[in-house]
Write a protein that binds this ligand. Structure first.
Ligand SMILES: Cc1ncc(COP(=O)(O)O)c(C=O)c1O
Length: 474
């Protein structure tokens, strides 16, 4: 895996130029309206299923983020790099199930492992041998010796908050403004706060993400801007002796894709340690897609705790937390009861074993590198030719077209018009490329089964959108 980022910052001269391209939000609104009609015409069966589901599923979907205007797309099948929706439309899948899909769909090695396991029983709540194989592989990749399983990214980061508190006896944890670490109470603070709520830049307010989070809970999560060491230092001083640690996505992904400033991660570790506090990396998204050992390997900084989930088990629900003995021994000696009925479930462990030992090979990472280079080059060409604002940011299997000139933290994100991501999502979707909805928040995920044809389809759709913005027609 190449360690280089493929940033094209600098392709920003087109902002506000090229006729309507730079900042004509009214034109974008019109194109969004047109593309929504195209999407509705392609998805009659999805809409019928959604209507039926409303009678039995709250809101008509299984998870609120599966729904985006103009309609939730119901999927029937996935194979290789492709998915098919309930209406039979084919998509090159860059959605990846919100970043899970680095192995692609129905990978033969994972199908074989899961098929074999399913005939031998799928749940005992007693340990099985694969739990050792998978933990060894995680330890090798992330350079942390001791691991425990859970079932989601939410559980993994919840364990991180808990462990840092237990180890220090301190109540507060630092979190980055605009980061998402799952839906447990401590993490549901300043996820997407409104502009009126955010407070000062250097010491942002702790804003509950929704009314289920009581104010006093939210106050235990101390908020800092991404990439700002001074703000962390300030927080450690203001909350002296109360900070257990900090959780951070080493490459921030809830608001597009933002790499850490040079030296930031190493300096964070040093700073936190100098105050007797710990550093946890949330690698739920960055985990296996950026490099074999995630951002931990890519940036050469090993934190005290690493949380992984999503791409770990080839599409089955799984999470894990790894850490230094000082923290993980608090689990071993049962000071902290890290438990869960489905932890280390045999079926997910079989899938994780196959994914980590047979699918995420060195060759697979070389393939992802080549695909990323092609996709970034294609997007750069379109952005330059049509003078689109913004740049492309990509690492490993992940990347994003960012239609604004400057995005380094949540305050920048607040200034980034939603229309760009929404329009891009619709053009990709209608052109046969699935991307996660909420375009400006999310990233593409490529799988080891993607090909250059999938990449070219993505680039063609971006060009179709660029042409429509130029007025030359889609
Ligand atoms: C960085 C990060 N952490 C944690 C989570 C929560 O993971 P899960 O949805 O598996 O609970 C997510 C989910 O998108 C995430 O992106």
């Amino acid at each position: 895996m190449s360690l280089s980022s493929t940033t094209t910052a600098g392709l920003t001269d087109g902002a506000g130029q090229g006729g309507s391209v730079g900042g004509d939000l009214a034109l974008l609104d019109r194109l969004i309206g047109e593309q929504e009609q195209v999407m509705l015409a392609r998805t009659a069966r999805s809409q019928a299923l959604r209507a039926e589901a409303r009678g039995v599923l709250a809101g008509g979907v299984a998870s609120s983020w599966q729904d985006a205007p103009p309609c939730a797309v119901w999927i029937s099948e996935g194979r290789g790099s492709k998915v098919w929706d309930a209406d039979g439309n084919e998509y090159s899948d860059f959605h990846g199930g919100f970043g899970v899909g680095v192995a692609g769909h129905a990978h033969p090695a994972i199908v074989a492992a899961v098929s074999e396991r399913v005939t031998k029983g799928t749940h005992f709540a007693q340990p099985v041998e694969d739990t050792i194989v998978v933990a060894r592989e995680l330890a090798r990749r992330f350079g942390l010796p001791l691991w425990r399983y859970n079932n989601s990214g939410t559980e993994a980061t919840m364990d991180a908050f808990h462990l840092m508190r237990v180890a220090t006896g301190r109540p507060k944890v630092i979190k980055v403004e605009g980061s998402y670490h799952g839906h447990h109470d401590s993490a549901q603070v300043s996820v997407y706060p409104e502009r009126a709520e955010v407070g000062s830049t250097s010491a942002p307010n702790s804003v509950p993400a929704n009314p289920s989070i009581p104010g006093p809970f939210a106050e235990l999560t101390v908020i800092v801007p991404f990439g700002d060491l001074g703000a962390v230092e300030h927080a450690l001083a203001i909350h002296s002796g109360q900070i257990a640690g900090m959780i951070v996505e080493p490459v921030m992904m809830n608001i597009g894709l933002i790499p850490p400033p040079s030296g930031y991660l190493a300096a964070l570790k040093e700073l936190l340690h100098s105050h007797g506090a710990y550093l946890a990396f949330d690698e739920v998204k960055t985990g296996f897609g950026l490099a074999p050992g995630g951002a931990t390997e890519l940036f050469g900084v090993t934190p005290d705790l690493v949380c992984v989930a999503k791409a770990m088990a080839g599409g089955l629900p799984c999470g894990a937390i790894g850490g230094v003995p000082e923290l993980m021994n608090l689990i071993a000696d049962r000071t902290y009861e890290q438990v869960g009925t489905f932890n280390g479930n045999p079926l997910t462990m079989a899938a994780a074993r196959a994914t980590l030992t047979e699918v995420y090979t060195d060759e697979a990472y070389r393939h992802l590198d080549a695909l990323r280079a092609r996709q970034v080059a294609g997007c750069r060409r379109v952005m330059a030719q049509y003078e689109l604002p913004g740049y492309v940011q990509a690492f490993g299997a992940k990347g994003a077209v960012i239609f604004t000139d400057h995005l380094s933290n949540y305050r920048d994100f607040l200034d980034y018009a939603d229309q760009w991501g929404n329009a891009h999502w619709l053009y990709q979707q209608n052109g046969g490329v699935a991307l996660p909805p909420w375009g400006k928040c999310e990233q593409w995920t490529m799988s080891v089964q993607h090909t250059s044809d999938d990449v070219d389809r993505f680039v063609t759709n971006l060009e179709t959108m660029a042409q429509a913005l130029r007025g030359s027609g889609a």
